[in-house]
Design a binder for this molecule. Structure first.
Ligand SMILES: NC(=O)c1ccc[n+]([C@@H]2O[C@H](COP(=O)([O-])OP(=O)(O)OC[C@H]3O[C@@H](n4cnc5c(N)ncnc54)[C@H](O)[C@@H]3O)[C@@H](O)[C@H]2O)c1
Length: 461
């Protein structure tokens, strides 16, 4: 299914003004996919925001009011909050000391997978809190938003108690989805506040006064539960995707159709249809590394058996990528040598330019390694993909990618690829083979245009 990006108009907050117009001086550390959106949204909610990052390229873009990455609605929101049209204000800095007089500081830095291990690398989080401990001028609430292994907040609270007893810690995990990040931040499903004191809770309620007044539920928890809510949510979503992809494997063996199966089981509201789209599986900067870090942490806690199923979730996910490479090789007649593959999509999902652990890139790279001439196209993610995987050929022009291709792989379900006219595609390609890695194309017109249509978990005929 294709997600619709929020319209530019939706970036104007539909929320009521905070009772009493309470303005909080807010700091945001780390201005990536999470932090840049969070900072801009806090200004939209009426606060006085200072955003800090160590990446000067990102800072330069933000200081000019430009989004440093593609996220629908963010450019319009940045224009509002930097142009004085919002109730709040925002400035950006590369000096952490500029946050010293903030009342509440959100830490939104990355927690990537450690090289060669399943565990998360929390050194950026640790460094961010330590630098805040050194510069904050008076009492303040430091709020972790990064996704961390359970136990991190308690450890950081000890560090703060030693080094800066005026600083209190809260953990407030983030659930935004890239492609919907602005609306997800302004009007989230829920707030989870991991706090130790009423004062910390009431500070966060001040910051989020407008969405709370508009009805967003608030759940108050201890640190460990707040940290676990985020990893449990991602583990559940990953499991749901791998479940339907496991059913796709069974359908392939038994001759069933996983799309009909998903529709049928999805009508049961205990199951639900969302996240039941079989295909090349999940990727991105969150789900893969979060389930691995969750397993690693459970092992450290002596609870590894509780999460061994996530190993299977991860394996099913990775097997789907290998399956598409096999299908593509088959479509090439058994070998990639001398064949051109057009890969539609590089981002891990549509409406994003994020290529971290993207199934599309991993499949494209594998076909390339096996000898194919691979041309990757994407409306937003080509620059990011090129920076990380320079070995592939890229173009932003879909027709150019398709021209002369033996096999077409649809790997990211951007609407422009879902809506391609198969007759037009046939006028460009050399071969008549299409592999629908997201189960989003209507097979009939592709077959009518002469293509052999293959999809995951679906009959070939
Ligand atoms: N991207 C999402 O959709 C999303 C959603 C929910 C939670 N999260 C979590 O949020 C965290 C950040 O994710 P992201 O996708 O925004 O990552 P990102 O890599 O896009 O951004 C991280 C930013 O932190 C900056 N940074 C690193 N160390 C710093 C320091 N000491 N001081 C200041 N800035 C520093 C980096 O320069 C970078 O700009 C991760 O823990 C992630 O799991 C992400």
């Amino acid at each position: 299914m294709t997600n619709t990006p929020p319209s530019a108009a939706s970036t104007t907050s539909p929320l009521p003004h905070s009772p009493g117009g309470d303005v909080v001086k807010v700091g945001v550390v780390g201005l990536g996919y999470l932090g840049a959106v969070h900072a801009a949204c806090m200004a939209e909610l009426g606060h006085e925001v200072v955003g800090f990052d160590i990446d000067e390229r990102k800072l330069a873009a933000l200081q000019q009011g430009r989004a440093p990455f593609f996220e629908p609605g963010l450019p319009e929101l940045l224009a509002r909050v930097t142009g004085g049209e919002a109730d709040g204000s925002i400035t950006f800095t590369t000096d952490v000391a500029d946050l010293k007089s903030c009342e509440v500081v959100f830490v939104c830095v990355g927690t990537p997978q450690r090289k060669g291990e399943l565990a998360a690398d929390t050194t950026y989080v640790q460094a961010a809190f330590e630098s805040l401990a050194d510069v904050m001028a008076g009492p303040a609430l430091l709020v972790g938003k990064s996704t961390v292994p359970v136990g991190t907040a308690a450890r950081l609270a000890d560090v703060l108690a030693d080094r800066a007893p005026d600083l209190e810690l809260a953990w407030n995990p983030e659930f935004l989805r890239e492609g919907h990040a602005v609306t997800d931040t302004l009007t989230p499903d829920r707030f989870v506040l991991g706090v130790l004191s009423e004062r910390a809770e009431s500070q966060l309620r001040r910051v989020y006064a407008r969405p709370i007044a508009a009805g967003t539920p608030v759940l108050v928890a201890d640190y460990a539960t707040a940290e676990l809510v985020k990893t449990a949510a991602n583990a559940f979503l990953a499991t749901k995707i791998s479940f339907i992809n496991a059913m796709a494997e069974v359908c392939e063996a038994a001759g069933g159709d996983v799309k009909v199966l998903a529709d049928a089981i999805g009508h049961d509201d205990r199951i639900g249809r969302k996240f039941l789209n079989a295909g090349v599986g999940f990727g991105g900067g969150c789900l893969p590394k979060d389930i691995r870090a969750f397993m690693a942490r459970a092992g450290e806690l002596g609870a590894d058996q509780a999460l061994t199923f996530l190993r299977e979730v991860d394996s099913i996910n990775m097997r789907r990528r290998a399956k598409v490479v096999d299908l593509a090789r088959e479509a090439c007649g058994g070998s990639f040598i001398g064949r051109k593959i057009a890969v539609l999509g590089a981002a891990f999902k549509p409406h994003s330019d994020d290529v971290r652990d993207s199934p599309a890139i991993s499949i494209a790279a594998q076909a390339r390694l096996q000898g194919a001439d691979v041309v990757v196209t994407d409306p937003e993610a080509v620059a990011n993909a090129q920076r990380l995987w320079g070995d592939l050929t890229y173009t932003e022009d879909t027709d150019e990618a398709l021209r002369g291709a033996d096999v077409v792989l649809l790997l990211t379900e951007w609407p422009q690829y879902v809506g391609l006219d198969p007759t037009h595609v046939a006028s460009l390609t050399r071969g008549r083979q299409v592999i629908d890695g997201r189960n989003v194309l209507d097979a009939a017109p592709w077959r009518a245009a002469g293509f052999t249509y293959r999809a995951l978990g679906r009959p070939n005929a």
